[in-house]
Design a binder for this molecule. Structure first.
Ligand SMILES: NC(=O)C1=CN([C@@H]2O[C@H](COP(=O)(O)OP(=O)(O)OC[C@H]3O[C@@H](n4cnc5c(N)ncnc54)[C@H](OP(=O)(O)O)[C@@H]3O)[C@@H](O)[C@H]2O)C=CC1
Ligand SMILES: CC(C)(CO)C(=O)C(=O)O
Length: 342
């Protein structure tokens, strides 16, 4: 093992897939995980990543969260892949084990750069956009829909102080996919959030794979509406519509087309026909989803600026009802979204 000491904090679907790639590249990687059966399975048989063309088993070093207190040697780099709502406590947990010049890289959906920078300080924070589609239902086993050749990451600093470190981290993350260093990481993360606002909760409320959800009459319009409200929030907060996923030729002066291009890129270039979203995975496991960090953020930004985001507000309300057990996620819920806006 060579190079920096790396932790992957949160080794669910994407964390395990990326951590396995870094481990196979010969790097010094420690998995830190809160699901005990998953840690036990990884210790016994490594991580198995099933991809469309091949299945790869990687022996890894995996620790339970409760074992973090036994670690003595600090990390140079920590990639956080816990759910967005777990970011704050995860950073507090790992903070004593991050070197003074170490970096914590938020490889998640949602605007987790702010939480990380709050706790670690901006000079120990990097932000990232992640486009890697994966699911995990069985301990130790990842179903990865985007192998490294199809995965994309945008990486960037929140302060000029970390700019000289970006290339080093991009080279490491490059073992898991294509990495682009982006100038304006806050806007780039918002651009991903715009896609997530349209695709994650709305398709999960129907309990359908994303593509089937979008093909349901009225749903494409609803999903676009969520994305457009998020684009309005981006502009209201003084951020910009910047292209992500390596797309070029997008016109930021036409928010409708911009949103449509990003939603279609994730739907048809990254996801597979049967891909269900990370939100639906949570619900299938009885776990809560990132609705507050995605659609809820759009609603809050609009409210702060004296406007409203009705489609995102419906997504928030329906997700809350599903999670409280009052509403079952099923295709018949389409009217709750589509009719409510007509
Ligand atoms: N899955 C995808 O296709 C994509 C996901 N993302 C984003 O990546 C980030 C990570 O998401 P993802 O990898 O899907 O998350 P997962 O839910 O697969 O894993 C996140 C964490 O949830 C915990 N966990 C998962 N399943 C269980 C279980 N059955 N019992 C107990 N704990 C469990 C683990 O805890 P812990 O992490 O705390 O140790 C796990 O590491 C999120 O921000 C997500 O939005 C972005 C693009 C695509
Ligand atoms: C790939 C997808 C749509 C499904 O989980 C996702 O969660 C994301 O792109 O953020």
């Amino acid at each position: 093992m060579t190079g920096p000491r790396i932790a992957v904090l949160g080794t669910g679907a994407n964390g395990a897939a990326i951590g396995a790639d870094l481990t196979r590249a010969g790097l010094d990687v420690t998995f830190i995980e809160q699901w005990p059966e998953h840690v036990a399975a990884m210790r016994a048989a490594g991580v198995r990543v099933d991809m469309p063309e091949e299945s790869v088993v990687t022996p890894v070093r995996a620790l339970n969260l409760c074992e973090v207190a036994t670690l003595r040697e600090p990390f140079d780099l920590v990639f956080t892949l816990v759910k967005a709502y777990d970011t704050r406590w995860a950073c507090e947990l790992i903070k004593p084990l991050v070197k003074p010049d170490g970096l914590v890289i938020g490889l998640q959906n949602g605007m987790t750069i702010d939480a990380i920078a709050d706790i670690m300080g901006p000079e120990r924070t990097l932000g990232a956009v992640i486009e890697c589609s994966a699911a995990m239902f069985e301990p130790g086993v990842v179903e990865r829909h985007t192998p490294p050749a199809k995965s994309w990451f945008g990486l960037g600093s929140v302060t000029a102080a970390t700019r000289p470190r970006e290339r080093e981290v991009a080279d490491i993350l490059g073992h898991a996919g294509t990495v682009e260093i982006v100038e304006d990481i806050r806007s780039a993360k918002w651009a991903k959030l715009l896609v997530n606002a349209g695709e994650l909760v709305p398709s999960a409320v129907l309990n359908l794979p994303m593509r089937e959800a979008m093909a349901t009459p009225g749903m494409r319009e609803f999903m676009l509406r969520c994305g457009i409200e998020a684009a309005e929030a981006i502009i209201a907060t003084g951020n910009k519509l910047v292209p992500i996923f390596g797309l070029d030729g997008l016109d930021p002066t036409d928010p409708h087309k911009f949103v449509e291009a990003l939603l279609d890129a994730v739907m048809y270039d990254f996801a597979l026909p049967h891909t269900k979203t990370t939100v639906l995975h949570d619900w299938m496991k009885g776990r809560r989803c990132e609705v507050e960090e995605i659609n809820g953020l759009v609603v809050d930004v609009h409210a702060e600026h004296g406007s409203s985001a009705p489609a995102n507000a419906i997504a928030v309300e329906l997700a809350r009802r599903v999670e409280s057990g009052e509403l079952e996620a099923r295709p018949e819920n389409v009217d709750l979204m589509v009719k409510s806006l007509s």
